[in-house]
Design a protein around this ligand. Sequence first.
Ligand SMILES: [Zn+2]
Ligand SMILES: [Zn+2]
Length: 746
Amino acid sequence: MEDKFARVVVDLANPGIGNKFFHYRISGQQLDLIQEGARVLVPFGGRKLSGFVTGFDSSPEIEEEKIRDIINVIDPFPLLTKELIELAGWISQLYLCPLSEVLKTIVPGFYAKVKAKEITLVRIKQFGEKTLTYIQEYEKRAPKQAQVLNLIMSQGEMPLKDLLEAAETSHQTVNALEKKGLVEFYKKRIIRDPFQKKLFGLSAKLKLNIQQSQALETIKSHLYKKESDTILLHGVTGSGKTEVYLQAIEEVIKEGREALVLVPEISLTPQMVSWFRARFGSLVTVLHSKLSAGERYDQWCRILEGEIKIAVGPRSAIFAPFTNLGIIIIDEEHESTYKQEESPRYDARKVAERRSWINKCPLILGSATPSVDSYYQAASGFNVLVKIDSRVEERPLPPVNVVDLKKEIKKGNKNFLSSELYREIESSLEKKQQVILFINRRGFASFVVCKECGFVQRCPNCSITLTYHSSGDQLKCHYCHYERKVPKLCPDCQGYYIRFLGLGTQRVEREVKEKFPFARILRMDRDSTSRRHSHQEIFKSFKQGKADILIGTQMVAKGLDFPRVTLVGVIAADTALNLPDFRAGERTFQLLTQVAGRTGRSSLGGKVLIQTYCPDHYSILTAMNHDYQEFYEKEMNLRKEFGYPPYSCMLRVVFSGSDEKDLSNIAGLFKETLDSLLESDKGDILGPGPCPLSKIKGRYRWHLVLKSSDLEIISQVGQKAFEDIYSTAKGKNIRIALDVNPLNML
Ligand SMILES: [Zn+2]
Ligand SMILES: [Zn+2]
């Protein structure tokens, strides 16, 4: 029989650049066993490494004698489907990262030694005279053997491990019985279940209101067409999008197809998973990084075997190995967690688009505050737009009021709490209702704001807020490196500046405690939620009314339902608004709208207070009026003027190293290389300069940004420059990270 050669992508600690694979010979009886997508063990140098078979060749372009044999296949069936192999190649090309890294992300635990788990059971071989006689006969001569037999008889069968424990005996006792033909061993595969014995109850279908039904009908019509359409479901907070998802999925399951549901973060969305389990029972699984490797492996196999029809999970769940997808749903599609921050820096929304295209199934993007990019796609007619603009049971959206902090300063109040917010908290507490106080955690970036008129200095080239550096009293742009001294007086009103240095949850907690000594306060931030289930514990005790005030960061803004919350206070909207990021306005609008959505969810009603120095900023005004459309138009004008996405594509290149001089040299060299590769009218380069987060874990960080209307140009030019500079940078211990269409600019 002729030899066949497999292309194997091997796990290398440092895969370098490009899509490297190695050829291995498949010999003799392996021929039928080794299929595309199989995980195999191969010799590599002096070691044995695992890898994935991604294809075959009959005559590779290297000497055949040098090709070594595959050692063995690891799993009973291929872990990767054809679709996932194709997808991995596509991601590797688009996001400029090695194929082996993509595979590692697709099949988590790919290189770990995780396998199917089997246990050994023991059962009686023949019930009847022989066994009974044996027990009687041996009760005195070999009491352990008799006891073991009795135990198995009473149970029918038993795991070997439990049996040995119960009888306090060794393996030999059981072996002796097996030799006599009284018992036999057999193996059984065990599923490591992430839900264990948790009960979910049942949930009946809810009746949809008119807008929900219309949304469902639109989704259904696209399901039946079997076309890869993207539908943007723009539904205000509390509009019952989840019920629409559930009923659409019911339809998909009826058609014999499968469903994938992405949520921003599994630990913040426990309700979502329980709703799905309650409706669809054991057809649903979760896939996320907090599962053990074994649990993940088993859920993966159950999907491949067709036992699971619905998977719910964060970003990485987009790789669930379904082969007959009928729908993909991305809830809270505007969340930046859908983009991975380390390599491969893929965007799950783009990957979802690709999978919907391959599977000819609709993709649903749901949000109360769609990302500007997704809305642009819908507004320009590429995607379908469906709106739900009323809340369930016709509950009104909460009234939002803005407190102008400049006036507080004039009144001589230097506290975090304005007198208005103080009064509102007091009144809620008197009525035994609950309060959420929201602080933007990413308030590390310092900026200066005029305390008289609220004026904030922006970069004339990039329009982003200038960051304050106390050394030299400088203001710097972190995109283009523009800098200037802090002016003595405000150019707008001749007033004086104040430095805004961000605030922490703990400081706010202290002040609130001082003002309301009898209130019970819970804090939710990174420090208070480092343990595995601490989010749920905090949410649970707040929901049960064990606290009056919840102080928290972004985490409290997610889709949770607290019926007794009647007041949401935003301590300082400015920290979000003045991040050195061109998406700061968008993020602020989204945050304020989401956080406002946490109140007014019951008949008690609710209100929102936003404290800010910039009460006239469009992000704040439009959030106050719940006016997405107006926000979108204002935001798009700015994006257009400065050529930001969706009017351009971007490549962000981040350099990091311990020597800042080397770093700036390499960054400069990279820019020169880009310049020489780029035709002058095909794109713009911003920077290089220090990142807003200029040092992480002792390593300095610089970045530059390449903008172009053509994604292909960005990829080609970026990849080429990277290949040119790679080894020089490596020699100086400098890392270069390429981020295509980045969401994080810090
Ligand atoms: Zn001013
Ligand atoms: Zn600039």
